[in-house]
Ligand binder design. Sequence first.
Ligand code: ADP
Length: 452
Amino acid sequence: MFRKILIANRGEIARRISEAVRPMGVSTVAVYSDADEGAPHTRAADEAVHIGPAAPRESYLNAEAILAAAKKTGAEAIHPGYGFLSENAAFARAVHDAGMTFIGPPPESMERMKDKAEARRLVTAAGVPTVPGTEGTVSTTEEAKAAAAQIGYPVLVKAAGGGGGIGMMPARDDESLEKALRACGDRARSAFGRDAVYLERYLEAPRHIEVQILGDHHGNLIHLFERECSIQRRHQKVTEEAPSPLWWQGKRDLLERIYDAAVRAANAFGYANAGTCEFLVQGDEFFFIEMNARLQVEHPVTELTTGVDLIGWQLRIAAGEKLDLHPSRIERRGAAIEMRVYAEDPIRFFPAPGKITTWEEPTGEGVRVDAGYEAGQMVTPFYDPMIAKLIAWGQDRSEAIARGLAAVRSFKIEGEKLKTNLPLHERILADDAFAAGDLDTHFLEKHARPSK
Ligand code: ADP
């Protein structure tokens, strides 16, 4: 096992990784930008190194500064967390070239799944169903129109290099397709540096179900069941849970088929370490949409319901250990729901950063808070607006919901200019459709609306 690792991230995930590996006897090095001096994640680690100004490009995305910090402190491995450099194959290679270990998948698998259009092709060949769409990217409007005619409207224009819900636009006819192609290409060019797009059939009311994968470097690759992440705003997750309500509703055969497809997809990418295969599910049909080559934000709901320490396994796998887990020997325990606490307007979902003046975390049976902030700190517009994750576990789904609701109500975050989406979480958890497990990706357009 490594003696010391560097965590190339910030906020709740950097703090959480430090706390998760300490009992393994691993010491940690945090990195921080000007904006994060003295932040909780720097204190959670054994050492902290300043890597640059607030702008991510100059700090958390600055591979050179991070590698220099790792060398200077004698770290043997780098954990990238999620976001920032976590899915950057060139960075993973640079870590290996510098004689350290990248705690994540092999760079070659990251490359295979980075282009979402290519990834679709690869998993289709492995017998995994994908949303009907183009084979590869489309380069002209004519090509796109012909493809849309074949797929059938509505279609979704998606950026091949996309992520984070950015670069995606539905089109209902040829005219709106032209607009979507232009808008999506422009958005993709500015966000991801390339404008290649592809088309998929636009599913009207799918559920987002994803499967946790763990694989070692000795040919063992398993799934750790599903998470449901259908509650989204702007195609980005707000609430996640494990098991999916489908599990409670007796749809276990369908879920088994999805696990099987996820393992096949991950094998097609030559995957190792922790990753996630994402699917859209409509009725009894399911379709692969992408694989994420990292630990997901929502991994705690899997940990709480399987008892598997995912970060611990990430380190063990990276250190060359064999995976000796199997889903058939894991009993799923209870239900867990994660609420992403964003610094944003709870109705219109605009970012609302500011200075935190009060921060009082809820406590109680089955309640876990993973937070990267505290009172006195500034939430700046430089980074992701997620400031904490509130996770509630219960013996069954209704107990998890009740505990979650009580916890949301007692979480006090106040600030200057700052707003949070805690009121939104209260509405979701108290909603009848949520209690019934009646979910799809348009949930927030139909339910949990604020009362006038
Ligand atoms: P990203 O990589 O940006 O997160 P994904 O491909 O994972 O994008 O999709 C994110 C979300 O966008 C999905 O959970 C779903 O809500 C929506 N979405 C993606 N593809 C489709 C589709 N073909 N039809 C309907 N909704 C979709």
